[in-house]
Design a protein around this ligand. Structure first.
Ligand SMILES: Cc1ncc(C[n+]2csc(CCOP(=O)(O)OP(=O)(O)O)c2C)c(N)n1
Length: 260
């Protein structure tokens, strides 16, 4: 759709071609939409849309298939890496990604993500970590910060009762089948740009059949956290990054094939 501007305003963003022209179901201020946009921009730039198959998960992003102009398969809760494994193995020329929340990837789907990484499957996991189970009402997830109040830890996460936050992306980085593991965030415009370059590297490595790739994106949940959207982004920047540092955790393709 072309927008005709009648005054001297300037268009600085357009909807990427890889996204459908559709209103979002996400809550105001939710980071899922930003991540969708970054992924779609890369589909356009890397000309991937026509040969991409997404694998959806269960959680707020369950309707991701309604936004991307790619093929999509929906999977049971946590099982996206297993479904993506099958899709990629029977369609080896396709670009295959999973799109998963932290409840999906780091709780019910722990086994699937670990073994997909261990097998070095040529898939990319896009892991959106908002620290809670957003869709079901803001319960504690494995990724919830120590002391964080959630609907199932109203006094704050206590490690004696509920253990410690799980740094699943660091754990996956240790697995030799993981070609690339990185963590970015969408908390500030600058970080959004950096998150895109992490996703791009992962996509390029899948194209090079380098093995399993994962990019964790630290995001927000203003409604589940009981915060305004700007306060929730500040919380990510000031508090969440302290527990989950940003950066490239492993890039085995750069290190050379012997390290894989
Ligand atoms: C097998 C199964 N168990 C539990 C549920 C309930 N359930 C739906 S969404 C969800 C949590 C999703 O949280 P997360 O992956 O962090 O995504 P978010 O909604 O925060 O984006 C749960 C437990 C389900 N749908 N299926």
């Amino acid at each position: 759709m072309t927008v005709q501007l009648t005054d001297n305003r300037r268009v600085i963003y357009r909807r990427p071609d890889a996204l459908q022209d559709k209103s979002t179901h996400y809550c105001p201020g939710c980071g899922h939409g930003i991540v969708h946009r970054l992924v779609a921009e890369l589909f356009d730039e890397m000309k991937l849309t026509g040969r991409t198959i997404g694998v959806g998960s269960v959680g707020c992003s369950v309707f991701a298939y309604e936004y991307f102009k790619t093929d999509f398969v929906e999977s049971p809760h946590g099982r996206a890496p297993a479904v993506a494994t099958g899709v990629r193995r029977v369609q080896p020329d396709k670009f295959v990604f999973t799109y998963q929340g932290d409840g999906d990837l780091a709780a019910i789907g722990t086994a699937e993500i670990v073994h997909a990484a261990a097998r070095g499957e040529n898939i990319t996991a896009i892991f959106v970590n908002n620290g809670i189970y957003g869709m079901t009402g803001g319960q504690m997830a494995p990724t919830t910060l120590l002391g964080q109040k959630t609907t199932s830890s109203p006094l704050g996460r206590d490690p004696v009762l509920a253990g410690y936050p799980v740094p699943i992306t660091e754990m996956l980085a240790l697995v030799p089948g993981t070609a690339y593991a990185a963590r970015g965030s969408v908390a500030t415009p600058q970080l959004v740009g950096r998150a895109k370059s992490l996703l791009k590297r992962a996509f390029e490595l899948q194209e090079a059949k380098a093995g399993f790739t994962i990019v964790e994106i630290l995001s927000n949940c203003p409604v589940g956290w009981g915060m305004t959207a700007p306060a929730s982004m500040e919380h990510v920047e000031k508090d969440v990054i302290g527990t989950y540092p940003l950066g490239v955790l492993v890039d085995r393709a750069k290190a050379g094939p012997e390290s894989k």
